[in-house]
Design a protein around this ligand. Structure first.
Ligand code: OX2
Length: 829
């Protein structure tokens, strides 16, 4: 029978005509075949969108080819695998990234030219996959790219939301939200796996049963929903490896509700079944507060349960004994969102596989590691006990058992220290008794990772102080990173060519440390000329985009000063706007000769506010109100323009970052866990104006403080400044600009009152008043530096040259070595 199979395989391979061919003629033929047979349009009549679809399908074929080979190889080698569980992945577009990573960009560009199309125009047809909110989710996407490129045997698991992050529409300067129908025109990058599906259970009761003379618990669930797999191949760069990102969608279960069926309520039975699909319908659009929502808990358990069933099935294909589980499996939980997986692993091992509790716990403690992205204890997820008990009754029991044992262990070290015990308990007592998901993770995970050095310090000394004192070795720093493939090679091809030319190699795309080699040429006039040209071309593209979207014409000689990120009080977009008002006010009061010395600026702000976050929405409105006033003031002209870029997302970032001169990262020190936007700007040679917060501290070490503009209170000064509270007044300049807003200089006087209160009467929690003076100084230093274009260009080159540490390749290597214990598994060519 084996011989038969082999012969069959050989015949199939013969019929397949070997691997797909990547010469221009084969690609043309392939694209046209997809036009005709996949898109079902005539090859003589198809538009740009249809051409994009056909092109995407042709690329997808090549992805699938490598992805099959990779998985075949992983199966053969059976290495220890890393499973990366994340509720959010912000993938953005896939086309350009895929052809670059597959190494066939030129061939495709050529094939399309021959067919009368332009690759870049078709690439613009693609929408963003926005299955995440912000930094945490984009970081997950960068990590997937690095895992594939570095040949790690990795899988990503998440949720396939029907609606991704909302689209931001601006009407009269106010944010409105519209649903993101990202799947309406199909998604060529995913493969629906109708046969890979698992039932996920909810609700019901727990009963006791005697099995082989031993008492056991069994969960009798009350609802079952089917999780269907959608696979998204992730190609590595410069390797044949392509790994899998498996996202789950909820479908009604096959098991009919027979009772309703027989009572004749056929229509209602169907409608109720349909409700199951709501689990994966929509992404929660707030990156901080989702406490106590039933749907949120169901989403978490849904993707965790399906993923673990899939992982365990794969394990059992080759292994019989769960003792081998930790040798073959590492589970990474991205923030506390998937931490219910700890209780689920215990449930499966104890209730289904009938392992002893302590043996099961020993296994769980060896497989899990967690990364915490939050800074504030209030940002950590809590689930009301009643809610958890109703949705997942058996899991609640398991968590109680874990907690009981944790408390017993803690008593050995802390005896009568009840305050400490109650802080460390997984159960929080109080008006609403809740489960602290972070404490559950800390009790189990062998490694707890912070996302920058400053952040780890905060975790150790404040957020998880008690746990750190007990288990200091668990706590590790893995400073975030971003992938240079997406953030230089895809989004800034001119910079990519310059780097490769001056380093004499493209090897930096896989080994980013080499980028430091640019330092040697930081003063070279030829490099300066190329660098400035590159920046100009990128600024031109950005200026066109701005004009199309906002009708504001901007001068290319101006400094493009950018702040793009989620709108949050702690990120202090308000500080930026108040600084802009100050600049405007100064220019208004200048005579003509002084005006000639002003460095012209285009101030660009972009970002979404969570739909229920009123203060953030007011900040967006203020930005528009200031822009209206400034941009139409004839006294100002090109000296200052203010632009709000609507609907900021990954592909907008790809356009904006390469065209920026200066970027702003203004979080109150101690509030930004890491920040990854700053790393993308850094790679693209944009100078940073930043507080000493999150990863900015490490950036300053890498490029040297004089090459950026640091300002503001330091992390350890913040608590004392807050103590002083309302008695602390900002500078006169600060009072003046806030007064302008209060007095209605930009209109909407009543609407902005409460916003002004937050930085004055409200106690100014984020210390805008305190930091304003030093912010203005840093801005003035940036102006002075910009006047000296040679100096500026040198700083810009040194920024790119110093960005090597902030590649997600480095981050992933650290995780692989220090947390996961995995080795590369490279599929041979
Ligand atoms: C973000 C953090 O705010 C940001 O500082 C960090 O760079 C990013 O995660 C990736 O680590 N939700 N999103 C974040 O934290 C939480 C919670």
């Amino acid at each position: 029978r084996k011989g038969g199979l082999k012969a069959k395989a050989e015949k199939m391979f013969g019929l397949m005509d070997g691997f797909l061919k990547n010469d221009s003629v084969s690609l043309q033929k392939d694209i046209l075949d997809h036009v005709e047979f996949t898109v079902a349009r005539s090859r003589f009549n198809f538009d740009d969108f249809e051409a994009y679809q056909a092109l995407a399908h042709s690329v997808r074929d090549r992805l699938i080819e490598r992805w099959h080979d990779t998985h075949q190889y992983f199966k053969k080698k059976d290495p220890k695998r890393i499973y990366f569980l994340s509720l959010e992945f912000l993938m953005g577009r896939s086309l350009t990234n895929s052809v670059i990573n597959l190494g066939i960009q030129d061939q495709y560009a050529d094939a399309l030219t021959q067919l009368g199309f332009d690759f870049e125009i078709l690439a613009e047809q693609e929408g963003d996959a926005a299955l995440g909110n912000g930094g945490l989710a984009r970081f997950a996407a960068c990590q997937m790219d690095s895992l594939a490129t570095l040949d790690y045997p990795a899988w990503g698991y998440g949720l396939r939301y029907q609606y991704g992050l909302f689209r931001q529409i601006i009407v009269d300067g106010f944010q409105h939200e519209q649903p993101d129908f990202w799947l309406n025109f199909g998604n060529p990058w995913e493969i629906e796996r109708v046969h890979v599906s698992y039932p996920v259970k909810f609700y019901g009761t727990v009963e006791e049963e005697v099995l082989n003379g031993k008492k056991c618990k069994i969960w009798i669930p009350g609802e079952s929903v089917e999780a269907v797999a959608y696979d998204n191949p992730i190609p590595g760069y410069g390797t044949r490896n392509a790994i899998n990102l498996r996202l789950w969608a909820a479908k009604p279960s096959d098991q009919y509700d027979m009772e309703s069926y027989t009572t004749g309520d056929y229509i209602n039975a169907i409608v109720n079944r349909q409700k199951a699909e709501t689990i994966s319908n929509v992404l929660y659009p707030d990156d901080r507060s989702y406490q106590g929502k039933e749907l949120r808990l169901k989403q978490q358990y849904f993707f965790v349960s399906a993923s673990l069933q899939d992982i365990i099935r794969r394990f059992k294909d080759l292994h019989k004994n769960f003792d081998e589980f930790p040798e073959k499996i590492a589970l990474q939980i991205n923030d506390t969102h998937p931490s219910i997986s700890i209780a689920e692993v215990m449930r499966v091992l104890v209730d289904e596989e009938h392992l002893d509790w302590s043996k099961a716990w020993g296994i769980a403690c060896r497989i899990f590691s967690v990364t915490i992205h939050a800074v504030q204890p209030e940002g950590l997820e809590k689930i009301p006990v009643d809610l958890l008990g109703s949705v997942l009754p058996r899991h609640l029991e398991i968590i109680y058992e874990i907690n009981f044992r944790l408390m017993e262990e803690l008593k050995k070290s802390f005896d009568q220290d009840y305050d400490r015990l109650s802080r460390m308990s997984i159960i929080e007592e109080g008006a609403v008794k809740s489960i602290r998901m972070a404490n559950l993770s800390l009790a189990c995970c062998h490694t707890v990772n912070g996302v920058s050095r400053v952040h780890l310090e905060t975790l150790k000394t404040r957020v998880f102080k008690d746990f750190y004192e007990l288990w200091p070795l668990k706590f590790q720093c893995k400073t975030n990173g971003v992938t240079q493939r997406r953030w230089i090679v895809v989004s800034n091809p001119s910079l990519c060519s310059i780097i490769s030319k001056w380093l004499g190699t493209e090897a930096w795309i896989r080994n980013v440390d080499l980028i430091a080699g640019l330092r040697e040429y930081a003063k070279d006039p030829d490099l300066h000329t190329e660098w400035k040209n590159m920046k100009k071309v990128n600024k031109m593209r950005l200026a066109e985009y701005i004009e199309t979207l906002t009708s504001v014409k901007v001068s290319l000689d101006a400094m493009f000063d950018v702040q793009i990120k989620r709108i949050h009080e702690y990120k202090r977009q308000l500080l930026n706007i108040l600084g802009i008002i100050h600049r405007y006010d100064c220019i208004k009061n200048m005579d003509e000769s002084d005006k000639r010395r002003v460095v012209p600026r285009v101030c660009i702000i972009g970002g979404k506010a969570a739909p229920g976050y009123e203060v953030a929405k007011k900040i967006i409105k203020l930005c528009h109100a200031v822009a209206d006033k400034v941009n139409s003031d004839p006294d100002i002209g090109d000296l200052l323009k203010v632009v709000f870029i609507p609907d900021y997302n990954v592909s907008v970032a790809e356009l904006v970052i390469p065209g920026s001169d200066l970027s702003q990262h203004l979080s109150t020190a101690g509030h930004e866990a890491s920040g990854t936007g700053c790393m993308k700007f850094l790679m693209n040679g944009c100078l940073l104006l930043a507080t000493a917060d999150g990863s900015a501290v490490e950036i300053a070490e890498e490029i040297g403080e004089p090459n950026m503009f640091l300002f503001g209170a330091k992390v350890d000064e913040v608590p004392a400044l807050r103590e002083k509270g309302t008695t602390l007044k900002g500078s006169l300049q600060f009072a003046r600009v806030v007064r302008m807003v209060r007095d209605g200089y930009f209109g909407f006087k009543d609407y902005f009152k409460s916003l002004c209160d937050t930085v004055e009467d409200g106690g100014d929690f984020y210390l805008l008043g305190h930091d304003f003076a030093s912010y203005l100084e840093a801005q003035a230093a940036a102006d002075r530096a910009f006047v000296d274009q040679e100096k500026w260009t040198q700083m810009s080159i040194l920024s790119t040259a110093g960005s090597g540490k902030f590649s997600s390749d480095r981050t992933i290597e650290e995780y692989a070595e220090q947390s996961w214990g995995i080795e590369p598994c490279k599929c041979p060519f």
